[in-house]
Design a protein around this ligand. Structure first.
Ligand code: CP
Length: 374
């Protein structure tokens, strides 16, 4: 009897492995979770029609994606993580403006890395102080100028209203890279890319062995944009959660709109200020450092730190959009609870997938990419 060769090996010979991903492997002595991207696309081709539907659109909040688009973008990211595509120059000739009016480590550099690795060009504005804003120029006027200078704008700003303001005149697609206490929809995409690689069953509606997870949120989704976007995207995948618990010292950490969204999704949820009582029941813990409160910010309450003494479930995963302060002890970095580095590293590939789709460059991908549709 002959043994069939696993699909994984066949695919490796058909597609050139991505040389950039070697550096993402954790050190030898680490148990850090770095799920294999092939978990997400084995036995399933990309749906060109769904991805094509994103062409020319803006992504300002999580509601700007559908669940099907999120799954397809994550599958696409997984293929990009596993495959060398630079030689086909997918973004050749495209100019992307990264306009960061608020500080960033990960979002701006991962977007710029994504663009450069796909052979696009970047006009990088890393600081508001080097723009006309310093002299009182309006975002609406800046939007009008950007129409002439780039094919797509990625903007971060301290003000929630900034996305509406720039869109008064902007006619090229906008990606919101964080607007005050508003949203951070590409962070949510990076978060869910890490989760789907960790457990691809989360994206399979009919799977009999589907997980029923208890999701714990440490923080205030109503004033933490990354937490809010993560929670909103998690509602797309609500059938995987038996319960959502928000741990916060605030009486109303969600706000009425978000609470209504969770109720509509039919998921049991609870708000508590007692982490110790529930932490050992949590399967996925999402946390963040700071809540934006107008011009100032508030750090996570000292009761909600995770450290070596926290009684986590054996298989629980910790997610954090980073940057962290002392709420997440570095002793977790080399443990199997660490999904946060996977979120940060995978961000380059989901952002590549999003840019190729928004800029309608699927046709520039190498011919051996597994994609179906015209
Ligand atoms: N996750 C995130 O938004 O990080 P930065 O603030 O460094 O961009």
């Amino acid at each position: 009897m002959t043994t069939q060769k696993p699909a994984k090996e066949t695919r490796r010979t058909a597609m050139e492995p991505n040389s950039h991903t070697e550096a993402l492997k954790p050190p030898e002595d680490s148990h850090t979770l770095r799920p294999d991207p092939e978990n997400l696309f084995t036995n399933s081709k990309l749906n060109r029609e769904i991805l094509r539907g994103l062409a020319g659109r803006s992504i300002v909040e999580v509601r700007d994606y559908t669940k099907e688009e999120v799954i397809e973008l994550c599958k696409f990211a997984a293929i990009l993580e596993a495959t060398e595509v630079a030689s086909s120059h997918p973004l050749d000739g495209k100019i992307i403006i990264t306009a960061f009016f608020e500080a960033s480590t990960r979002t701006r550099t991962s977007f710029e890395s994504a663009i450069l690795r796909l052979d696009g060009k970047v006009i990088s504005i890393p600081d508001e102080q080097i723009t006309g804003v310093k002299k009182g120029e309006s975002l609406a006027d800046i939007g009008e100028m950007f129409n002439a200078y780039g094919d797509l704008v990625i903007m971060r700003h301290t003000e929630t209203s900034s996305t509406d303001e720039i869109r008064k005149n902007l006619r090229v697609p906008l990606i919101n890279a964080g607007n005050g206490s508003g949203e951070h929809p590409t962070q949510a995409l990076a978060d869910w890319y890490a989760l789907l690689k960790w457990n691809p069953l989360l994206a399979s509606p009919g799977a009999s062995d589907k997980p029923k997870l208890h999701l714990g949120i440490l923080g205030t989704p109503g004033s933490m944009r990354a937490v809010k976007s993560f929670l909103l995207m998690s509602l797309f995948f609500g059938e995987n959660f038996r319960k959502v618990t928000v741990v916060s010292e605030m009486a109303d950490p969600l706000g009425p709109e978000l609470e209504e969204e969770i109720r509509k999704a039919g998921i049991e949820f609870e708000v508590t200020n007692d982490l110790q009582t529930i932490v050992s029941d949590l399967d996925v813990i999402y946390m963040n450092s700071i809540a934006l409160l107008g011009d100032s910010y508030k750090t996570l309450d000292s009761r909600y730190k995770l450290d070596q003494n926290t009684p986590l479930k054996k298989d629980a995963v910790i997610m954090h959009p980073l940057a962290r302060l002392d709420e997440l002890d570095t002793s977790f970095d080399k443990t199997c609870h660490n999904l946060y580095f996977s979120q940060a590293h995978g961000a380059v590939f989901v952002r590549q997938a999003l840019l190729v789709s928004l800029l309608d460059r699927l046709d520039r991908l190498p011919k051996n990419i597994p994609i179906k549709g015209n």
